[in-house]
Design a protein around this ligand. Sequence first.
Ligand code: 6PG
Length: 240
Amino acid sequence: MSRIVVCPSEDWALRAATYIIEFLQKKLHAGPQDHVTVGLAGGSTPAAVYRHWNLQAPPNFAWSRVSLYLSDERMVPLDHRDSNFRLARECLPKAPHLYPVNTTHTSERAAEDYEELLRDTVRVESGSGIPSLDLLLLGVGTDGHTASLFPGSSVLEERQALVVPSTHPESGQERVTFTLPLIQAASRVVFLVSGEAKSTILARVLAEGGQSMFPASRAALGSRDVVWFVDEEARGAPGA
Ligand code: 6PG
């Protein structure tokens, strides 16, 4: 199932944060002893959403039972301006369980270790044997990439490993990324897309079919429950 939620741009980040909080509160109340697991989008778009999440979560929000993982990471020091961990750590200071990628290792070793962490700490769904995150937040690049799965990259076809090394096609920056099997095993995937610069790619990604060249399309079409949480500027709505 896939649906689109469009918000006025001025409300988008707060509405997205409220959506995340309400979704997680239901999960936390449904299993009072369980940890709830969340994959975080990287890049710059989600920062405002994470800040609102941190501020708007009610006093009874059980941060101690929320485990946060990075859907991808740049292989830079954790305090580097490009670090997705740094951004998440700054925007979500109330979350005690934010798991960094060990970027002091090679990307191969870092990917293996992060996959092992996910297998050890995220509920594995029966049958597939793949960890199923309760919620996975993703962004979309203007080339249609998501996480660090870039168009035309061989890692898009990875079917065994859950976290692999990746390289940004323009900058050559080394990264690690969730693969499609891990993304598509999540209980719910929420794409966070805002800004006029994403309107063209969003329209193309939403229009594409299963064998799309766009990783974001591939991720969405193979996932069981997808919400596109977009603002009017990205959607190209009349109000934009
Ligand atoms: C990353 C992200 C990536 C991001 C898109 C959008 O580490 O770069 O995981 O997939 O979500 O590139 O980035 P912006 O939000 O900065 O536009």
